[in-house]
Design a protein. Structure first.
Length: 347
């Protein structure tokens, strides 16, 4: 009597199971790619911080600096020191933040960053005064008043405005705004002297540059407000202006403020337009009609010069960059706090 032995074959996966396996693999690949991008951005930020800290605050692996050579009046002869330590080991914080003279490229060197800070915030405030109201009004018009056809024309124009190189904005301020707008108005009519390079021209072009950022982000915040809030206002007899000003804008306040702060941070970090239109004067002045120098324009000027590596002028570049990094970081933190404080959540 023979017995038949049956062998159990491996089950063949169904097409649906294979599809789920492929989708799971794709999701895992996407997740891994996103994680690597986030890790790369974090490592890049840490690398930038490491370079700034080692050049400005403390360098545990740096070579010993050259000995200090003093002149007869007690000042340091920097020309005879080709290798110096981190910047704040050579220059005190009191001099850096308390002095009003910034002359790192002269024989008598002074390292007071106040002129650069004042020039940076002067240009940024002028840009904010120009760009914030225009950008917000543009966003309100596109979100509440414009027809789909008009919006289809205006949005590409704003995108083109955002894509114009900053060098073009700088030469626009230098070759058009200053000679054909500012000098006829302020110098010929009002009798106020206008420099060829001035903070007002730089601030105006920076304000024009940030209009697309403000209008785009603010429009997104306005259009995210539920339609039911608008309809409730119209049901109570409110006009479109009342609904826009008293309902929609307050409901989108957190997004609008975040757009403002982001645009202001870009205005502070703008480089070429301010360098070309604002000038390179490191004198402390609050007059917007005079030439000025921002932190970013100083970094450009010192980078393009013949600055020896390891000198105190070279270290001052990193000190200004660290100061600019701290300013933009504080603005981003304030933006996050404002968004968390005034964010509206709708069901």
């Amino acid at each position: 009597m023979s017995t038949a032995s049956s062998s159990t074959a491996d089950p063949v996966p169904s097409p649906l199971a294979r599809r789920f396996t492929l989708l799971a693999f794709q999701e895992r690949c996407i997740e891994t790619g996103l994680f690597l991008c986030a890790a790369l951005s974090i490592l890049t930020t840490l690398g930038i911080l490491y370079v700034l800290v080692t050049e400005v605050v403390y360098d545990p692996f740096g070579a010993p600096p050259d000995p200090v050579v003093q002149r007869e009046d007690g000042s340091i002869d920097w020309s005879r020191r080709h290798k110096v330590g981190p910047f704040f080991q050579e220059v005190s914080l009191r001099e850096f933040f308390g002095s009003a003279q910034w002359t790192p490229q002269y024989s008598r060197k002074h390292f007071g960053v106040l002129p650069l800070l004042v020039g940076t915030f002067l240009v940024a405030l002028i840009g904010a005064a120009v760009g914030l109201p225009v950008g917000l009004l543009t966003a309100v018009y596109l979100a509440e008043y414009a027809s789909p056809r008009v919006r289809g024309w205006v949005k590409p124009i704003l995108e083109i405005l955002a894509g114009v190189p900053t060098v073009v904005y700088g030469y626009f301020g230098l070759a058009f705004l200053t000679p054909y707008v500012l000098k006829p108005v302020f110098q010929k009519w009002l009798g106020w002297h206008v420099d060829g390079f001035n903070a007002l021209s730089a601030g105006i072009v920076v304000g024009i540059m940030i209009i697309p950022v403000i209008s785009s982000l603010s429009e997104d915040a306005l259009r995210a407000v539920p339609r039911s809030l608008r309809e409730a206002g119209y049901a109570l007899g409110a006009t479109k202006y009342d609904v826009s000003v008293r309902i929609v804008i307050p409901a989108a306040f957190s997004g609008i403020v975040a757009a403002f702060l982001l645009a202001l941070a870009r205005a502070i970090g703008e480089t070429m337009a301010v360098t070309i239109a604002g000038g390179q004067s490191s004198e402390l002045t609050f007059n917007p009609l005079r030439a000025t120098q921002s932190m970013t324009s100083f970094i450009v000027n010192i980078s393009l010069g013949d600055t020896p590596t390891g000198s105190i002028e070279y270290k001052s570049l990193y000190a200004v960059a660290l100061c600019l990094f701290v300013v933009t970081l504080v603005m981003n933190i304030i933006s996050q706090l404002v968004m968390r404080r005034y964010r509206e959540v709708y069901q």
